[in-house]
Design a protein around this ligand. Structure first.
Ligand SMILES: [Zn+2]
Length: 186
């Protein structure tokens, strides 16, 4: 399917609040194709030239529900400043199996392909999470021990499976309140 800023559903579409279902195994050809197209989107989205030409918004992750498909699949690619891939996951049925009490938050706040309005404030999440999933790139089950930025990205994407958006987690009365036992990430 064509994935660009016009086909990604936004938070004014009630489908973004839908709960996603487990993907059944073996992963169907259709699900594999979709997840690989999601990977391609994320990869291309950080290339300014392609992004501009193909109407892509830069992202490090996308979940299937953002295309209106309520299945537990998420694509994550995190690159360094030179554009080299540091983390790359094509996850099927990812699940958090443990998480730290210690929190972390992005100092500049979170963003989302499905959110166009600005929502300022801190989103506190676990600083470390352990995630189990099937990874389509490795064609195997994996366990990810993530911390800080990767941990936040994983939690953001897995929230989409529950229909939760990042700004639901911002304290509307005091968006920049400081929590104890939480550290900022630049
Ligand atoms: Zn999002």
């Amino acid at each position: 399917m064509l994935i660009n800023n016009d086909t990604i559903i936004k938070d004014d579409d009630e489908r973004i609040r839908e709960k996603s279902e487990d993907v059944s195994f073996p992963v169907s050809k259709e699900d594999k194709e979709l997840l690989m197209e999601m990977m391609e989107y994320v990869d291309k989205s950080t290339n300014e030239e392609i992004a501009e030409k193909e109407n892509l918004r830069a992202a490090v992750g996308i979940s299937a529900i953002q295309l209106g498909i309520p299945k537990k699949m998420t694509a994550i690619i995190i690159k360094d400043d030179e554009g080299n891939k540091v983390y790359e996951y094509a996850l099927v049925n990812p699940k958090i199996v443990s998480q730290s009490i210690e929190k972390a938050y992005l100092e500049s706040g979170e963003g989302c392909l499905s959110v166009e309005d600005e929502h300022q404030g801190y989103v506190y999440r676990s600083a470390r999470v352990k995630v189990k999933a099937y990874d389509l790139l490795k064609e195997d089950y994996i366990e990810i021990k993530a911390e800080d930025y990767l941990a936040i990205v994983l939690q953001h994407e897995l929230d989409h499976f529950k229909g939760i958006l990042f700004y639901d987690r911002i304290d509307s009365n005091n968006p920049f309140h400081k929590e104890d036992n939480a550290h900022p990430i630049e």
